[in-house]
Ligand binder design. Structure first.
Ligand code: NAI
Ligand code: MG
Length: 349
Protein backbone atom coordinates (compact mmCIF):
# COMPACT_ATOMS: atom_id res chain seq x y z
CA UNK A 1 0.00 0.00 0.00
CA UNK A 2 1.44 3.38 -0.96
CA UNK A 3 1.94 6.10 1.67
CA UNK A 4 -0.40 8.35 -0.31
CA UNK A 5 -3.24 5.82 -0.15
CA UNK A 6 -2.62 5.14 3.55
CA UNK A 7 -2.87 8.86 4.24
CA UNK A 8 -6.00 9.31 2.16
CA UNK A 9 -7.74 6.14 3.37
CA UNK A 10 -8.02 5.08 -0.24
CA UNK A 11 -7.94 1.52 -1.50
CA UNK A 12 -5.02 0.97 -3.89
CA UNK A 13 -5.97 -0.95 -7.02
CA UNK A 14 -4.35 -1.70 -10.35
CA UNK A 15 -6.11 -0.40 -13.47
CA UNK A 16 -5.43 -1.94 -16.88
CA UNK A 17 -7.25 -0.21 -19.76
CA UNK A 18 -6.55 -3.10 -22.14
CA UNK A 19 -7.13 -3.35 -25.88
CA UNK A 20 -9.83 -2.59 -28.44
CA UNK A 21 -12.89 -1.19 -26.65
CA UNK A 22 -10.98 -1.50 -23.31
CA UNK A 23 -9.83 2.14 -22.98
CA UNK A 24 -13.33 3.46 -23.90
CA UNK A 25 -15.20 1.33 -21.38
CA UNK A 26 -12.54 1.82 -18.68
CA UNK A 27 -12.88 5.63 -19.11
CA UNK A 28 -16.63 5.25 -18.75
CA UNK A 29 -16.27 3.17 -15.58
CA UNK A 30 -13.77 5.55 -13.97
CA UNK A 31 -16.10 8.48 -14.64
CA UNK A 32 -18.96 6.65 -12.90
CA UNK A 33 -16.82 5.45 -9.97
CA UNK A 34 -15.60 9.01 -9.39
CA UNK A 35 -19.18 10.28 -9.37
CA UNK A 36 -20.01 7.48 -6.93
CA UNK A 37 -17.15 8.51 -4.63
CA UNK A 38 -15.62 5.04 -4.74
CA UNK A 39 -12.37 5.40 -2.79
CA UNK A 40 -9.95 3.66 -5.15
CA UNK A 41 -6.41 4.89 -5.65
CA UNK A 42 -5.69 3.68 -9.20
CA UNK A 43 -2.29 2.48 -10.30
CA UNK A 44 -2.41 2.62 -14.12
CA UNK A 45 -0.63 -0.29 -15.82
CA UNK A 46 -0.38 -1.69 -19.33
CA UNK A 47 -1.35 -5.09 -20.66
CA UNK A 48 -2.14 -6.78 -23.96
CA UNK A 49 -1.12 -5.03 -27.19
CA UNK A 50 -0.21 -1.87 -25.25
CA UNK A 51 2.18 -4.00 -23.18
CA UNK A 52 3.76 -5.40 -26.32
CA UNK A 53 4.10 -1.91 -27.77
CA UNK A 54 5.84 -0.56 -24.67
CA UNK A 55 8.14 -3.47 -23.79
CA UNK A 56 7.51 -6.53 -25.95
CA UNK A 57 5.44 -8.41 -23.36
CA UNK A 58 1.62 -8.47 -23.22
CA UNK A 59 1.97 -8.95 -19.45
CA UNK A 60 4.80 -6.62 -18.33
CA UNK A 61 6.63 -7.20 -15.03
CA UNK A 62 5.50 -3.78 -13.73
CA UNK A 63 1.86 -4.83 -14.20
CA UNK A 64 2.41 -8.11 -12.33
CA UNK A 65 4.25 -6.27 -9.52
CA UNK A 66 1.42 -3.77 -9.21
CA UNK A 67 -1.25 -6.50 -8.92
CA UNK A 68 0.92 -8.40 -6.41
CA UNK A 69 1.21 -5.24 -4.29
CA UNK A 70 -2.42 -4.15 -4.48
CA UNK A 71 -4.07 -7.60 -4.58
CA UNK A 72 -6.88 -5.90 -6.45
CA UNK A 73 -7.30 -5.00 -10.12
CA UNK A 74 -9.85 -3.83 -12.64
CA UNK A 75 -9.01 -4.68 -16.20
CA UNK A 76 -10.29 -4.05 -19.68
CA UNK A 77 -10.18 -6.93 -22.18
CA UNK A 78 -6.78 -7.99 -23.44
CA UNK A 79 -6.17 -9.19 -26.97
CA UNK A 80 -4.13 -12.35 -27.21
CA UNK A 81 -2.15 -12.05 -30.45
CA UNK A 82 -2.69 -15.04 -32.72
CA UNK A 83 0.66 -16.73 -33.41
CA UNK A 84 3.96 -15.27 -32.23
CA UNK A 85 4.14 -17.74 -29.35
CA UNK A 86 2.14 -15.64 -26.87
CA UNK A 87 0.08 -17.56 -24.34
CA UNK A 88 -3.29 -16.15 -23.36
CA UNK A 89 -2.64 -13.20 -21.06
CA UNK A 90 -5.80 -13.97 -19.14
CA UNK A 91 -4.74 -17.56 -18.48
CA UNK A 92 -1.27 -16.31 -17.38
CA UNK A 93 -2.84 -13.87 -14.93
CA UNK A 94 -5.07 -16.56 -13.46
CA UNK A 95 -2.11 -18.89 -12.99
CA UNK A 96 0.25 -16.23 -11.67
CA UNK A 97 -2.14 -15.18 -8.90
CA UNK A 98 -3.86 -18.56 -8.48
CA UNK A 99 -7.24 -16.99 -9.23
CA UNK A 100 -9.11 -20.25 -8.80
CA UNK A 101 -12.68 -18.95 -8.75
CA UNK A 102 -14.29 -17.25 -11.70
CA UNK A 103 -17.57 -15.71 -10.67
CA UNK A 104 -20.02 -14.89 -13.45
CA UNK A 105 -23.44 -13.64 -12.34
CA UNK A 106 -26.23 -13.10 -14.87
CA UNK A 107 -29.10 -10.85 -13.91
CA UNK A 108 -31.86 -9.50 -16.18
CA UNK A 109 -31.17 -5.81 -16.73
CA UNK A 110 -33.77 -4.90 -19.32
CA UNK A 111 -37.15 -6.62 -18.91
CA UNK A 112 -39.15 -7.73 -21.93
CA UNK A 113 -36.39 -9.71 -23.59
CA UNK A 114 -36.64 -13.38 -24.46
CA UNK A 115 -36.22 -14.30 -20.76
CA UNK A 116 -37.35 -12.22 -17.80
CA UNK A 117 -36.28 -12.33 -14.16
CA UNK A 118 -33.05 -14.23 -14.71
CA UNK A 119 -30.89 -14.26 -11.61
CA UNK A 120 -28.16 -16.86 -11.89
CA UNK A 121 -24.62 -17.17 -10.60
CA UNK A 122 -22.10 -19.32 -12.40
CA UNK A 123 -18.96 -20.28 -10.48
CA UNK A 124 -16.30 -21.57 -12.84
CA UNK A 125 -13.14 -23.39 -11.78
CA UNK A 126 -10.43 -21.21 -13.28
CA UNK A 127 -7.13 -23.12 -13.13
CA UNK A 128 -7.68 -26.77 -14.08
CA UNK A 129 -9.54 -29.01 -16.54
CA UNK A 130 -8.94 -29.01 -20.28
CA UNK A 131 -8.04 -25.32 -20.00
CA UNK A 132 -4.56 -26.25 -18.75
CA UNK A 133 -3.99 -26.83 -22.48
CA UNK A 134 -1.40 -29.61 -22.15
CA UNK A 135 -1.48 -30.27 -25.86
CA UNK A 136 0.61 -31.80 -28.57
CA UNK A 137 0.45 -33.25 -32.05
CA UNK A 138 1.63 -36.59 -33.31
CA UNK A 139 2.85 -36.38 -36.90
CA UNK A 140 2.05 -39.22 -39.26
CA UNK A 141 3.71 -39.37 -42.66
CA UNK A 142 3.93 -35.87 -44.05
CA UNK A 143 1.08 -34.50 -41.87
CA UNK A 144 2.57 -32.81 -38.78
CA UNK A 145 -0.93 -32.41 -37.30
CA UNK A 146 -2.26 -35.88 -38.05
CA UNK A 147 -3.23 -36.49 -34.40
CA UNK A 148 -3.97 -33.83 -31.77
CA UNK A 149 -3.89 -34.72 -28.09
CA UNK A 150 -5.01 -32.62 -25.13
CA UNK A 151 -4.85 -33.70 -21.49
CA UNK A 152 -7.15 -32.26 -18.85
CA UNK A 153 -6.18 -32.10 -15.19
CA UNK A 154 -8.66 -31.94 -12.31
CA UNK A 155 -7.50 -32.41 -8.74
CA UNK A 156 -9.51 -33.33 -5.68
CA UNK A 157 -8.08 -30.30 -3.89
CA UNK A 158 -9.06 -28.02 -6.78
CA UNK A 159 -12.58 -29.46 -6.88
CA UNK A 160 -12.99 -29.11 -3.11
CA UNK A 161 -11.77 -25.52 -3.18
CA UNK A 162 -14.10 -24.36 -5.96
CA UNK A 163 -17.19 -26.20 -4.72
CA UNK A 164 -16.61 -24.84 -1.21
CA UNK A 165 -16.26 -21.38 -2.66
CA UNK A 166 -19.60 -21.82 -4.48
CA UNK A 167 -21.37 -22.93 -1.29
CA UNK A 168 -19.84 -20.15 0.82
CA UNK A 169 -20.78 -17.59 -1.83
CA UNK A 170 -24.33 -19.00 -1.94
CA UNK A 171 -24.64 -18.63 1.84
CA UNK A 172 -23.20 -15.10 1.78
CA UNK A 173 -25.78 -14.00 -0.79
CA UNK A 174 -28.69 -15.88 0.77
CA UNK A 175 -29.07 -18.24 -2.20
CA UNK A 176 -30.88 -21.57 -1.93
CA UNK A 177 -29.32 -24.13 -4.24
CA UNK A 178 -26.01 -25.15 -5.80
CA UNK A 179 -25.97 -27.32 -8.95
CA UNK A 180 -22.82 -29.32 -9.76
CA UNK A 181 -22.35 -29.52 -13.55
CA UNK A 182 -20.14 -32.28 -14.99
CA UNK A 183 -19.79 -34.97 -17.65
CA UNK A 184 -19.02 -37.82 -15.28
CA UNK A 185 -20.97 -40.32 -17.39
CA UNK A 186 -18.25 -40.16 -20.07
CA UNK A 187 -15.19 -38.39 -18.63
CA UNK A 188 -15.38 -40.63 -15.59
CA UNK A 189 -12.00 -39.73 -14.13
CA UNK A 190 -11.61 -36.09 -15.20
CA UNK A 191 -15.04 -34.86 -14.26
CA UNK A 192 -15.92 -37.80 -12.01
CA UNK A 193 -13.48 -36.51 -9.40
CA UNK A 194 -15.19 -33.12 -9.52
CA UNK A 195 -18.65 -34.65 -9.03
CA UNK A 196 -17.54 -37.07 -6.30
CA UNK A 197 -15.71 -34.33 -4.37
CA UNK A 198 -18.54 -31.87 -4.96
CA UNK A 199 -21.04 -34.26 -3.39
CA UNK A 200 -18.77 -34.71 -0.36
CA UNK A 201 -18.55 -30.95 0.10
CA UNK A 202 -22.34 -30.62 -0.33
CA UNK A 203 -22.83 -32.88 2.72
CA UNK A 204 -21.13 -30.24 4.91
CA UNK A 205 -23.88 -27.80 3.87
CA UNK A 206 -26.85 -30.17 4.18
CA UNK A 207 -29.87 -28.43 5.65
CA UNK A 208 -28.51 -25.00 4.74
CA UNK A 209 -28.05 -25.14 0.95
CA UNK A 210 -29.74 -27.59 -1.38
CA UNK A 211 -27.52 -29.39 -3.89
CA UNK A 212 -28.20 -31.27 -7.12
CA UNK A 213 -26.19 -32.13 -10.21
CA UNK A 214 -26.56 -32.09 -14.00
CA UNK A 215 -24.71 -33.45 -16.98
CA UNK A 216 -23.40 -30.46 -18.91
CA UNK A 217 -25.24 -31.04 -22.21
CA UNK A 218 -28.60 -31.54 -20.47
CA UNK A 219 -27.83 -28.47 -18.36
CA UNK A 220 -27.31 -26.38 -21.51
CA UNK A 221 -30.74 -27.43 -22.80
CA UNK A 222 -32.44 -26.85 -19.45
CA UNK A 223 -30.84 -23.40 -19.16
CA UNK A 224 -32.64 -22.44 -22.35
CA UNK A 225 -35.96 -24.21 -21.61
CA UNK A 226 -36.30 -23.26 -17.95
CA UNK A 227 -33.41 -21.18 -16.57
CA UNK A 228 -35.39 -20.29 -13.44
CA UNK A 229 -34.84 -23.78 -11.99
CA UNK A 230 -31.17 -22.87 -11.41
CA UNK A 231 -29.67 -20.69 -8.71
CA UNK A 232 -25.89 -21.14 -8.30
CA UNK A 233 -24.07 -23.37 -10.80
CA UNK A 234 -20.56 -24.63 -10.12
CA UNK A 235 -18.56 -26.37 -12.81
CA UNK A 236 -15.17 -27.16 -14.29
CA UNK A 237 -13.17 -24.70 -16.40
CA UNK A 238 -14.20 -25.47 -20.00
CA UNK A 239 -17.87 -26.15 -19.20
CA UNK A 240 -17.90 -22.90 -17.21
CA UNK A 241 -16.43 -21.01 -20.15
CA UNK A 242 -19.20 -22.25 -22.44
CA UNK A 243 -22.13 -22.04 -20.01
CA UNK A 244 -21.20 -18.53 -18.86
CA UNK A 245 -21.57 -17.23 -22.42
CA UNK A 246 -24.89 -19.09 -22.61
CA UNK A 247 -26.20 -17.41 -19.47
CA UNK A 248 -24.90 -14.04 -20.73
CA UNK A 249 -27.15 -14.66 -23.73
CA UNK A 250 -30.14 -15.12 -21.41
CA UNK A 251 -29.75 -11.55 -20.14
CA UNK A 252 -29.10 -9.70 -23.39
CA UNK A 253 -25.57 -10.61 -24.42
CA UNK A 254 -21.97 -9.98 -23.53
CA UNK A 255 -22.40 -6.23 -22.98
CA UNK A 256 -24.14 -7.04 -19.69
CA UNK A 257 -21.99 -9.85 -18.29
CA UNK A 258 -19.45 -9.10 -15.55
CA UNK A 259 -16.80 -11.43 -14.15
CA UNK A 260 -14.55 -11.70 -11.13
CA UNK A 261 -11.41 -13.81 -10.85
CA UNK A 262 -10.80 -14.53 -7.19
CA UNK A 263 -7.83 -16.15 -5.47
CA UNK A 264 -5.95 -15.99 -2.21
CA UNK A 265 -3.26 -13.67 -3.61
CA UNK A 266 -5.41 -11.27 -5.61
CA UNK A 267 -8.79 -10.55 -7.17
CA UNK A 268 -9.16 -9.27 -10.72
CA UNK A 269 -12.43 -7.87 -12.03
CA UNK A 270 -13.35 -7.68 -15.70
CA UNK A 271 -16.13 -8.05 -18.25
CA UNK A 272 -16.74 -11.52 -19.70
CA UNK A 273 -16.44 -10.11 -23.24
CA UNK A 274 -13.25 -9.51 -25.19
CA UNK A 275 -11.73 -6.47 -26.91
CA UNK A 276 -14.44 -6.35 -29.63
CA UNK A 277 -12.16 -5.15 -32.44
CA UNK A 278 -15.19 -4.85 -34.75
CA UNK A 279 -16.56 -1.87 -32.78
CA UNK A 280 -13.38 -0.50 -31.13
CA UNK A 281 -12.86 3.27 -31.24
CA UNK A 282 -16.40 3.94 -32.48
CA UNK A 283 -18.06 4.83 -29.17
CA UNK A 284 -20.52 1.94 -29.59
CA UNK A 285 -19.37 -0.35 -26.78
CA UNK A 286 -21.66 -0.99 -23.85
CA UNK A 287 -19.71 -0.28 -20.63
CA UNK A 288 -22.35 -2.04 -18.46
CA UNK A 289 -20.46 -5.34 -18.13
CA UNK A 290 -17.36 -3.58 -16.81
CA UNK A 291 -19.50 -1.30 -14.61
CA UNK A 292 -21.10 -4.39 -13.07
CA UNK A 293 -17.62 -5.88 -12.65
CA UNK A 294 -16.67 -2.72 -10.74
CA UNK A 295 -19.78 -3.41 -8.64
CA UNK A 296 -18.46 -6.88 -7.82
CA UNK A 297 -15.15 -5.24 -6.91
CA UNK A 298 -16.94 -2.87 -4.52
CA UNK A 299 -18.72 -5.85 -2.95
CA UNK A 300 -15.38 -7.66 -2.65
CA UNK A 301 -13.78 -4.84 -0.64
CA UNK A 302 -16.87 -4.55 1.56
CA UNK A 303 -18.31 -1.37 -0.01
CA UNK A 304 -21.68 -3.03 -0.51
CA UNK A 305 -23.68 0.23 -0.26
CA UNK A 306 -21.63 1.74 -3.09
CA UNK A 307 -22.19 -1.45 -5.10
CA UNK A 308 -25.95 -1.38 -4.56
CA UNK A 309 -26.12 2.30 -5.42
CA UNK A 310 -24.20 1.64 -8.65
CA UNK A 311 -26.50 -1.23 -9.68
CA UNK A 312 -29.59 0.84 -8.92
CA UNK A 313 -28.26 3.70 -11.06
CA UNK A 314 -27.58 1.35 -13.99
CA UNK A 315 -31.10 -0.03 -13.65
CA UNK A 316 -32.64 3.45 -13.58
CA UNK A 317 -30.68 4.64 -16.61
CA UNK A 318 -31.57 1.55 -18.63
CA UNK A 319 -35.22 1.24 -17.60
CA UNK A 320 -36.48 4.69 -16.56
CA UNK A 321 -34.36 7.03 -18.67
CA UNK A 322 -34.17 4.33 -21.38
CA UNK A 323 -30.63 5.34 -22.25
CA UNK A 324 -29.20 2.23 -23.91
CA UNK A 325 -26.32 1.35 -26.20
CA UNK A 326 -26.85 -0.33 -29.58
CA UNK A 327 -26.40 -3.91 -28.37
CA UNK A 328 -29.45 -3.38 -26.11
CA UNK A 329 -31.47 -1.81 -28.91
CA UNK A 330 -30.74 1.85 -28.08
CA UNK A 331 -28.82 4.64 -29.76
CA UNK A 332 -26.66 5.95 -26.88
CA UNK A 333 -22.89 6.07 -27.27
CA UNK A 334 -20.52 4.67 -24.64
CA UNK A 335 -19.97 8.16 -23.21
CA UNK A 336 -23.70 9.13 -23.31
CA UNK A 337 -24.43 6.06 -21.23
CA UNK A 338 -21.55 6.73 -18.82
CA UNK A 339 -22.66 10.34 -18.39
CA UNK A 340 -26.22 9.26 -17.59
CA UNK A 341 -25.09 6.71 -14.98
CA UNK A 342 -22.60 9.20 -13.47
CA UNK A 343 -25.40 11.76 -13.17
CA UNK A 344 -27.68 9.23 -11.49
CA UNK A 345 -25.10 8.16 -8.91
CA UNK A 346 -24.14 11.72 -8.05
CA UNK A 347 -27.79 12.78 -7.73
CA UNK A 348 -28.07 10.12 -5.04
CA UNK A 349 -31.13 8.43 -6.57
P1 NAI B 1 -15.56 -10.27 -28.08
O1 NAI B 1 -16.22 -10.55 -26.77
O2 NAI B 1 -14.51 -9.23 -28.10
O3 NAI B 1 -16.70 -9.88 -29.15
C1 NAI B 1 -17.79 -10.74 -29.50
C2 NAI B 1 -18.96 -9.91 -30.06
O4 NAI B 1 -19.60 -9.20 -28.99
C3 NAI B 1 -18.49 -8.82 -31.05
O5 NAI B 1 -19.44 -8.71 -32.07
C4 NAI B 1 -18.46 -7.57 -30.22
O6 NAI B 1 -18.68 -6.39 -30.96
C5 NAI B 1 -19.59 -7.80 -29.21
N1 NAI B 1 -19.28 -7.13 -27.92
C6 NAI B 1 -18.35 -7.52 -27.02
N2 NAI B 1 -18.33 -6.67 -25.99
C7 NAI B 1 -19.25 -5.72 -26.24
C8 NAI B 1 -19.69 -4.55 -25.54
N3 NAI B 1 -19.17 -4.19 -24.36
N4 NAI B 1 -20.66 -3.79 -26.10
C9 NAI B 1 -21.21 -4.13 -27.28
N5 NAI B 1 -20.83 -5.22 -27.98
C10 NAI B 1 -19.87 -6.01 -27.48
O7 NAI B 1 -14.98 -11.67 -28.59
P2 NAI B 1 -13.94 -11.99 -29.76
O8 NAI B 1 -14.20 -11.12 -30.94
O9 NAI B 1 -14.00 -13.45 -29.90
O10 NAI B 1 -12.51 -11.64 -29.17
C11 NAI B 1 -11.75 -10.48 -29.46
C12 NAI B 1 -10.44 -10.49 -28.66
O11 NAI B 1 -10.71 -10.39 -27.26
C13 NAI B 1 -9.56 -11.74 -28.86
O12 NAI B 1 -8.21 -11.33 -28.99
C14 NAI B 1 -9.71 -12.50 -27.55
O13 NAI B 1 -8.56 -13.24 -27.23
C15 NAI B 1 -9.92 -11.37 -26.56
N6 NAI B 1 -10.68 -11.78 -25.36
C16 NAI B 1 -10.26 -11.28 -24.17
C17 NAI B 1 -10.96 -11.54 -23.01
C18 NAI B 1 -10.47 -10.95 -21.74
O14 NAI B 1 -9.58 -10.11 -21.73
N7 NAI B 1 -11.03 -11.33 -20.61
C19 NAI B 1 -12.15 -12.40 -23.00
C20 NAI B 1 -12.56 -12.84 -24.33
C21 NAI B 1 -11.83 -12.54 -25.46
MG1 MG C 1 -15.04 -17.38 -22.74
Amino acid sequence: MSIASLKSNKIPATLIPGDGIGPEIVDAVIQVLEALGAPFDWDLQQGGMAGIASGGDPLPQATLDSIRRNKLALKGPLTTPVGGGFRSVNVRLREEFQLYANLRPAHTLVPGGRFDNIDLILVRENLEGLYVAFEHYIPIGDDPHAVAISSGVNTRDGARRIVRYAFEHAIKLGRKKVTLVHKANVLKALTGVFLETGKQVAKEYEGRIECDDRIVDACAMQLVLNPWQFDVIVTTNLFGDILSDLIAGLVGGLGAAPGANIGEKAAIFEAVHGSAPDIAGKGLANPTALLLAAGLMLDHVGLTDHARHLRNAIDAVLNQEKVRTGDLGGTASTSDFAKAVAQRVSSGV
